[in-house]
Write a protein that binds this ligand. Sequence first.
Ligand code: CP
Ligand code: NVA
Length: 305
Amino acid sequence: MTEVRHFLDLDRIPGDVLRRILDLAAACKRGEALGGAPLAGRSLAMIFEKPSTRTRVSFEVAIAQLGGSAVVLTPTEMQIGRGETIADTARVLSRYVHAVMMRTNDPEKLAELARHATIPVINGLTDRSHPCQLMADVMTFEELKGPIAGRTVAWTGDGNNMTLTWAQAAARFGFALRIASPPELALPEDELAWAREEGANIFTTTNPAEAAEGADCVVTDTWVSMGDAQAERRQRLLDPYRVDEALMRRAEDDAIFLHCLPAHREEEVSTGVMDGPQSAVWDEAENRLHAQKAILAWCMGAVPA
Ligand code: CP
Ligand code: NVA
């Protein structure tokens, strides 16, 4: 039996496969790949335990444009909400659809789904990681600035699911990552171990200016992720980590600003940077659609492994 092509985390998929998915996404955006309804007759189930705008719409539109269809589910409407196990849900969905995407708080639920599904499982965000987003982020960087290998990305803000996935991407795509977070909200050092063992160049600091110095890209995320408690404490600790015009001046003159969105102007990013000439956030959001098509085509076997 051929191995099921799950898209669970960047550390679970070889770098050459991720590179091919990215190339496919770029070709798809140029209109040079995935024409002619390659996923006709295929269905995707999407389980959302948390809100979503981009992930939901981009997956739903992506599969429709590839000729397939999507079923959107929320646990309160499913029997999961009444105690049916994730394992049994995986077994049943595997008989109806060709892949399942899940957005959940607990990465273990996603792993459980993948253990019991006989179809590909896609990580649509957990409290730990957000790999689909990083595919769009790397795609956006390369579209605007050329190959990301050897370049420098500065992260400033909360040490969260996006930070960890950027660290995994640094290992997979060969760029330097500088992470600035307050000590209280920094990503635990052991979460960086895999990326460092893979040879990733990752530097951590508590000083956002040090992280941004000479960077090719400055990236941040909301200060209060879905499910986070203590919003006021987080806002107080993260206030010095806002991306503003002064911080962008530390970076290269042609550096871009990325944010997975949703953004909170005058919290993690100033209005001027968010809506300014260095901001690539709308291209980044659009690229979710193209990246999702490539991920779906790979997971569903429409392209070679
Ligand atoms: N960036 C992202 O995943 O956005 P949504 O939460 O709207 O899906
Ligand atoms: N860190 C954010 C990302 C949203 C796409 C969250 O988990 O809420």
